[in-house]
Design a protein around this ligand. Sequence first.
Ligand code: AGP
Length: 634
Amino acid sequence: MCGIFGYTGHKEAQKLVIQGLKRLEYRGYDSSGLAVQDGFQALLVEKTSGKIKNLEALLHRRPLKGRTAIGHTRWATHGVPSRENAHPHLDNGGEIAVVHNGIIENHFDLKETLKAEGAVFRSETDTEVIVHLLAKYYKGNLENALRRSLKDLKGTYAIAAICSKEPGKLVGARRDSPLVVGLGKKENFLASDVSAIVEHTDRVMFLENGEMAVVTKDSARVVDGAGRPVGRKAVKVDWDITQAKKGGYPHFMLKEIFEQPGILTAVLRERLHGAKIRFDELKIAPRAFRKVKRIVIIACGTAYHAGLTAKYVLEELTDIPVWVDTSSEFRYRNPKLGKGTLVIAVSQSGETADTLAGLREAKAKGALTLSVCNVLGSSLSREAQGVLYTHAGPEIAVASTKAYTAQLAVLYLLAFYLAGLFNSLPQKKRKELLREFSRVPFLMQKTLDQYREDEKEWAEKARDFNARYHAQLEKYFSTDPEKRKRSPNGFFLYLGRNINYPNALEGALKLKEISYIPAEGYPAGEMKHGPIALIDENPWVICLAPQSRTYDKMISNIQEIKARGGIVIPIVSEGDSEIHKLQPFYLIRVPKVRELFSPFLTVLPLQLIAYCVAREFGEDIDQPRNLAKSVTVE
Ligand code: AGP
């Protein structure tokens, strides 16, 4: 939540900060701002509500000149999105500016004390206490003032600050929110993550909790809470900036959907050597894995669905029992963990607050911990005993697509790896399955190519849904009792079974996130226990029915829905012999593949359905309302 970008160097800062904030916009986008040191001992500030383009337009009319600056893109926690609540915040004298990502939990108490001491508060944010604390403790050195201020703060933060009296200097600090220093030539950067920096430099230093950074154009120091240098080495990141640009696609989401076959190919090429699986960065020795008696997977949202799918795979290929929990539930239960338990935390960002808290809980209880993350150097990847990177590249669209496939890829490989360690899979079978796995990227590409061919039909269906949906709403809200319907049920239902059940949840989540249309994911077998009551001629029911051991059961489910007038859109395997005979409203075919690997294929139409519907409804696909890419608050 919230993105921070700081620059000091030989170039005009404004343009770079705006560029950096745009890369971080996925972290929040309800307001933004920047503060620039103008070289004449003053700070110039501009901020506004809405997306970064609003700020950019303001700055276009009134540019702020200067070569050191901090900027912020916000996802509101305390105080509505408005100019006043947008960061940076200034002290009374307008000499110190602060941007912050996180939550200051004791801000009420601090505010009272600071107000009594003369601080004038202009916003409703928790952040503003930080800048008044800095002013209180400032004795000619911003670094010392920040170090002292941190002692008073409770909560989470990544902070960047500048002071008009110390030209060319940025100071930063982190606790539980990410902060990265980028090392350039005669210029340095501070940012919430590497995606904002990679177009300027590939050398970065990640801050650990409790550390601070002091950055000028010629130097960057990382120090501990007592001000001692920690000797942090710079690491090279291999993210390519072209990956973070749209590359001709109208939306990042569509681009990321289409990247999936390539990502799976790359993951398999890197990790699969014949029948051998290589996890170079893993850090957990095979002997530690051999002691594992149970696996608990924790994650949120889409990553949780990847975890659910992994349960089916792990239980199919190994004899290890697996539980999956949403991190926010796991962390507040009293999970029974301890020795013999492997806790796997799955996360694209590696910064999700609940997953991080769950991982810490698991570590404290003595479990072996492993993170499956996309963002290099993220908190989860550093705090877990082992890490597996998904290498999906920067995922910019808030709705996760390629990160999901990459998570599945790594989790499947982990299942094969454990099957190898525990000898739970005969060699011949293992080889056969891995051979088929290697073909999956090709089949994914085929699925996407088919979509390209059918794109017009898809758009028509989305238009049709839109028309029916609005007709439904009109009936529901009509003042004419004759016309009024009892309940509005123009919505989507996603049904799946077995290993495709998690994808049903994922399909519904995708649609909800970007089109705001009610959608439910359900295990098809549960329909008769309640949800079938929802069926009349209105809901659109997406049935995941590829070739599988539960195919016949799905046919029965489809018949039950059809018998009640429901609009059925089955996703079937090529060569499907039965379902097309039921004359569904629209039939989507994916290539034939072994059931185990079918989630890689069935998820593609689900992502595309969400995309097409949201596009038809004219929604902001890459930046849906109320959401942020990484949820670093509880
Ligand atoms: C997915 O489309 C969502 N935006 C969201 O559910 C996301 O998967 C969740 O917040 C977890 O994020 P993470 O993978 O970065 O931990």
